[in-house]
Design a protein around this ligand. Structure first.
Ligand code: ZN
Length: 136
């Protein structure tokens, strides 16, 4: 699990840096999206580590590694700026893969309309941000 999350968080970093290489607007939108799910990501990995019997120190280290992997992604894209045409679609693909295979199946397990509605609010938020800030 940790290895998979490290790959994911590395591409979070690739996505942030690629976004900023395209435009400040895209960079900030991607940064906000990554920032908002960093805490749940850290809690998830720490909780799973603790539940599997690891020490608090190991759980904390695992969370810190996720943060470090994101920074490594940002630095990698910073060094390989000419490959933004690869970095952006690759990180988008990794994100879509996680969303389609892990997140949306969980949404579909929920009863009622609350969870699907929240997903649509999240999608709508992007359009609101686009309308309000793209020209800025
Ligand atoms: Zn992430």
């Amino acid at each position: 699990m940790l290895f998979g999350l490290l790959i994911h968080t590395f591409f979070d970093g690739i996505a942030i840096a690629s976004g900023f290489l395209v435009s400040n607007w895209l960079g900030w939108v991607v940064f906000l999206a990554v920032f908002l799910h960093k805490m749940p990501e850290g809690f998830t990995v720490a909780s799973v580590m603790l539940a599997s019997g690891a020490s608090r120190r190991v759980a904390f280290t695992a969370s810190a590694l996720l943060g470090a992997a994101t920074l490594a992604g940002v630095l990698t894209m910073g060094l390989l700026q000419q490959y933004v045409n690869v970095g952006l679609p690759l990180s988008a693909g990794v994100t879509l893969y996680v969303a389609a295979t892990d997140l949306l199946p969980e949404v579909n397990k929920e009863h009622g309309v609350k969870m699907p509605l929240l997903v649509f609010v999240g999608v709508a938020l992007l359009f609101v941000l686009d309308t309000l800030f793209k020209g800025v």
